[in-house]
Design a protein around this ligand. Structure first.
Ligand code: AMP
Ligand code: MG
Length: 304
């Protein structure tokens, strides 16, 4: 998953459970990576589909539903465009308008057919589950740890944090929200039994001719999202939803993001604007506090 991971598990049997969780992550990584030629996803992309492993199929099914819920701001068929910008290899470039237009014809998650584990991709379509895979993996780890009798754990997969229960002393977990400008932490979030996932333009990007291009692509035009947000953190019970929504909200921007929050519900978020503004949806009131160099700023509360 191209990121550092940390599993912290408390209580009786914690060591063994953490070991099983680690193995589960490696097993899922081997199935889901778009850069590992031998993964299930790469095989499907090469072959225009095929019979998927049960885990890959379950993730894709959930991801497709979430693409629909975000109105296509999340689109798991965006891979050819992500690759054209060089984000898969690090050979960054700015594609021509005509090239993007041609690639976008291959992007449309509604044309993906998944019947059980049988996937059929239209000609030229390729999947990238990277925007949902870490969150979905977090859900699987919560399942596994619960099954092992664990009641207190925290799992960090890059910008994804997912908590099982509360801290061993019963207090909520405190999760740091990175300052998108590199000034350490912007704030701290208290969570219990849920996931907190951040998508930000600062996480992976390149610069060319004074322009900054980030790794999250707006499927509407095939260009890196420029919605006025520097980052967005989504808090939700389900890791897959939190991950999908953070990517989608980064594309949608604050105004359309707030609309999705009001209509869909089931999640809360922290918006950090490119202008340095910070706003949280009302469910996070009292659970998010500005931190360090960000402490003096105004914290806006978004209400229903
Ligand atoms: P995340 O870090 O969860 O926000 O996911 C970003 C990753 O998902 C990128 O590195 C791409 O591989 C992929 N991606 C970029 N834009 C989109 C999009 N609009 N929909 C789905 N996946 C995307
Ligand atoms: Mg995501």
């Amino acid at each position: 998953m191209d990121t550092a991971m940390r599993l912290t598990v408390y209580g009786q049997g914690a060591g063994e459970a953490a070991g099983l969780a680690r193995e589960r992550v490696l097993e899922l990584e081997a199935l889901l990576s778009v850069t590992d030629e031998s993964s299930d996803v790469c095989a499907a992309n090469r072959n225009g589909g095929g019979v998927l492993h049960a885990d890959t199929a379950a993730l894709l099914e959930r991801a497709l539903a979430l693409c629909g819920e975000t109105g296509g701001a999340l689109d798991v068929s965006i891979y050819p465009v992500v690759r054209a910008w060089g984000f898969t290899t690090g050979a960054y470039r700015v594609p021509e308008e005509a090239e993007l237009a041609a690639l976008l014809e291959r992007v449309d998650y509604t044309r993906i057919s998944l019947e059980g584990t049988v996937l059929t991709l239209p000609e030229g379509m390729e999947l990238d589950l990277g925007a949902v895979a870490k969150g979905w993996t977090g859900d699987r780890l919560m399942e596994l740890l619960r099954r092992e009798g664990i009641t207190s754990a925290i799992v960090e997969l890059g910008g994804n944090v997912q908590a099982l229960g509360s801290k061993p002393d019963g207090s909520p977990w405190r999760v740091a929200v990175q300052a998108p400008d590199g000034s350490g932490y912007a704030g701290a979030l208290e969570i219990t039994d849920c996931a907190a996932v951040t998508s930000g333009g600062y996480q992976r990007y390149f610069e060319q001719d004074g322009e900054t291009y980030c790794h999250i692509i707006d499927p509407a035009d095939g260009r890196p999202a420029r919605s006025g947000l520097a980052s967005v953190t989504v808090v939700a019970e389900e890791g897959a939803a939190a991950d999908a929504l953070s990517t989608a909200l980064f594309v949608l921007g604050r105004e359309r993001g707030e609309a999705l929050w009001r209509e869909r519900g089931g999640f809360e978020c922290v918006f950090i604007g490119e202008d340095g503004s910070v706003a949280v949806t009302q469910g996070l009131e009292g659970r998010f506090s500005l931190y360090g160099a960000w402490e003096g700023r105004t914290l806006e509360i978004v209400r229903k």
